[in-house]
Write a protein that binds this ligand. Structure first.
Ligand code: ADP
Length: 238
């Protein structure tokens, strides 16, 4: 049997004496779209930082496609988009894409860049401008374009819809759904429950550093006897 795309096993993390994550047990299957939701301060970003080995665990283990997250090779099949992307201000959009592709030993293919930007409704002319002149939405689209051009098996996105206008959100959803059909895996932090319900196969609710629920959005509504996912979520964290 193939390994899960991500396995969190009894993950614990403290900052000083504050326990931020306790006994986090989760598996994200290959080809699955998985949403992580929770209040501000619940520990979502910390869990992703642990996944990316940006910080050390105080207990438990994490594997990416069966490889410990401590090993550089574990991160090779994934791409990460942070909640607030801040590209080096002095680079143009093109330089930024080129730089990220080079880091992965990938070529800059103008046709692929053009079609990726068009699919996100980002004007090609913006590529010649320094990123410091970009709006929040344009910067987000540039980051998403860099992720899609990297063409990885596993996408780890923190609030990918952040700053996007309704058209761009619809385009991004369409792109994500086509990646789901292609068998890619998505692990996404989102506050947008409607988006989670629409695009995710399963979700987890993290509350005060613990997993309170894991299952499909429909199971969440059933388990908490709620008509909507929002009501189920509120019931879960009550
Ligand atoms: P979320 O992403 O769900 O909003 P975070 O993972 O950012 O939550 O934060 C979880 C808790 O850990 C919060 O109480 C936050 O204040 C605390 N925290 C996050 N990063 C640090 C840090 N570097 N040092 C100390 N405490 C932190």
């Amino acid at each position: 049997m193939s390994s899960p795309a991500i396995r969190f096993k009894n993950v614990a993390k403290r900052y000083g004496t504050t326990q931020v994550l306790s006994d986090v047990d989760l598996e994200v299957c290959q080809g699955e779209f998985f949403g992580l939701v929770g209040m501000n301060g619940a520990g979502k970003t910390t869990l992703v930082k642990c996944l990316l080995d940006f910080c050390a665990l105080d207990g438990g283990s994490i594997e990416i496609f069966g490889v410990s997250q401590r090993l550089t090779q574990a991160r090779r099949p994934l791409v990460f988009l942070p909640e607030r992307l801040i590209p080096p201000y002095y680079l143009t959009g093109r330089d930024f894409l080129n730089y990220l592709l080079k880091l992965q030993s990938l070529p800059y293919r103008p046709d692929a860049v053009k079609s990726t930007l068009e699919a996100l409704d980002l004007d090609m002319a913006a590529l010649t401008r320094p990123v410091r002149s970009y709006s929040k939405g344009m910067t987000q689209k540039l980051g998403l374009a860099a992720c899609f051009l990297a063409d990885k098996e596993l996408l780890v996105f923190d609030e990918p819809m952040s700053g996007l206008d309704p058209k761009a959100r619809a385009l991004l959803k369409a792109r994500l759904l086509s990646l789901r059909s292609a068998g890619r895996t998505l692990f996404v932090i989102s506050h947008a429950l409607a988006d989670v319900e629409e695009i995710c196969d399963r979700m987890a609710i993290l509350h005060q550093g613990k997993i309170r629920f894991a299952g499909s959005p429909a199971d969440c509504c059933r388990q908490f006897d709620a008509a909507t996912l929002e009501q189920a979520y509120l019931e879960c964290i009550r």
